[in-house]
Write a protein that binds this ligand. Structure first.
Ligand code: SF4
Length: 342
């Protein structure tokens, strides 16, 4: 039985409500996911603006707290950790963000990024040892240290700056990296390079990734499994090949149909017409959140939210279209690798 490393248990995050009278809305609704010690993986959280994916990233990084649910790292609830346990969590769960430039101080050479982290986490006993660690981390991400160290952030390309952020995270020997839209600001060729580095870190260093993106094509390129979020709820999840090649939920089908294809004979239908405001539109009652945009909507879809139905060996869709084929799964942890949390 594999050992849970990082567990997101039935997380709900609600904003608004309370005494100020603002309408309460769930940015994330009953989300569960587990990473295991022995099985490093890259899990994608996919969705468009307003889907709740960044809320999930912030919860996983302990930047915000869940309204309901639990986040557990190495068997310990994040809210009940000792000082030492929290220090270790901060070291072992790292973040990479969309805009690397915002992370740098323009007045300091990029060396400071490494010096700061080495000092804070006491990773080296001497300057020489610190330099050796920095040098090795830069080489792991395919950068030549002598071309990088001593430079100011503005003297480097966007791709180099983002790779430095990966090297900084690597320096800490993390078990999990939360990467929130990490390649959306670099050009396509560098996207491939950076995603290849993620895969290398998973395969050769046992580092798992929570990869947050709106881009299904990059998700398909590197993920092991995927969760498709819509308005805070999981619409479909499973092995990434199954979900992208054979999507079952009408929302996933819509997203997949909008992926650009390289074949000039096949017309790209364009991106979905979704907007942030559309994405927050809910059914007029407590039913399926996708009701108002769904081409298959039925009366029963307005009654209660659909549970997750198994639609393949490692694939689930929260849609009543699959209700009559198989028994519903109570979604505590719909892990595609079949580990159902008790
Ligand atoms: Fe469409 Fe109903 Fe399925 Fe929701 S539950 S996606 S409204 S068919």
């Amino acid at each position: 039985m594999p050992t849970p490393l990082f567990e997101l248990r039935n997380l709900t995050k609600i904003y608004g409500g309370g005494l100020l009278g603002r309408q309460a809305s769930a940015a994330l609704d009953n989300f569960s996911l587990t990473f295991y010690e022995e099985e490093p993986k890259i899990t994608t959280i996919a969705g468009e603006s307003g889907s709740g994916k960044s809320t999930l990233a912030n919860l996983a990084l302990d930047f915000i707290h869940p309204t309901e649910g639990q986040i557990v790292y190495k068997g310990k609830d994040l809210g009940k950790m000792s000082r030492t346990e929290r220090f270790n969590f901060r070291r072992e769960v790292q973040a990479i963000f969309q805009d690397p430039f915002g992370t740098y101080n323009p007045f300091y050479k990029v060396d400071a990024v490494f010096d700061t982290v080495i000092g804070k986490f006491k990773l080296a006993h001497s300057k020489q040892e610190a330099l050796k660690l920095t040098w090795a981390a830069l080489e792991v991400v395919g950068l030549r240290p002598n071309e990088i160290l001593g430079k100011y952030p503005h003297q480097l390309s966007g791709g180099q700056r983002q790779r430095i952020m990966v090297a900084r995270a690597f320096l800490l020997k993390p078990r999990l990296i939360v990467a929130d839209e990490p390649v959306s600001m670099v050009d396509a060729s560098l996207q491939v390079r950076i995603l290849d580095i993620f895969r290398d870190l998973k395969e050769n260093y046992g580092i798992s990734f929570l990869y947050i993106t709106h881009d299904l094509s990059t998700a398909y390129q590197i993920s092991d499994d995927i969760y498709v979020l819509y308005s805070g709820s999981v619409m479909e999840n499973g092995n990434v090949d199954d979900v992208i090649q054979d999507p079952h939920h009408p929302y996933t089908q819509l997203l997949v149909s909008s992926i650009p294809v390289p074949d000039p004979d096949i017309r790209w239908e364009g991106r979905t017409t979704s907007s942030a405001s559309e994405l927050t539109v809910k059914a007029a009652n407590n039913g399926c959140k996708f009701y108002q945009r769904c081409p298959h909507a039925m009366d029963r879809c307005t009654v209660s939210p659909p549970p997750a139905y198994p639609v393949g060996p490692s694939q689930f869709a929260a849609c009543y279209l699959y209700a009559d084929t198989q028994a519903a799964v109570v979604a505590i942890d719909r892990s595609p690798v079949g580990h159902v949390a008790s």
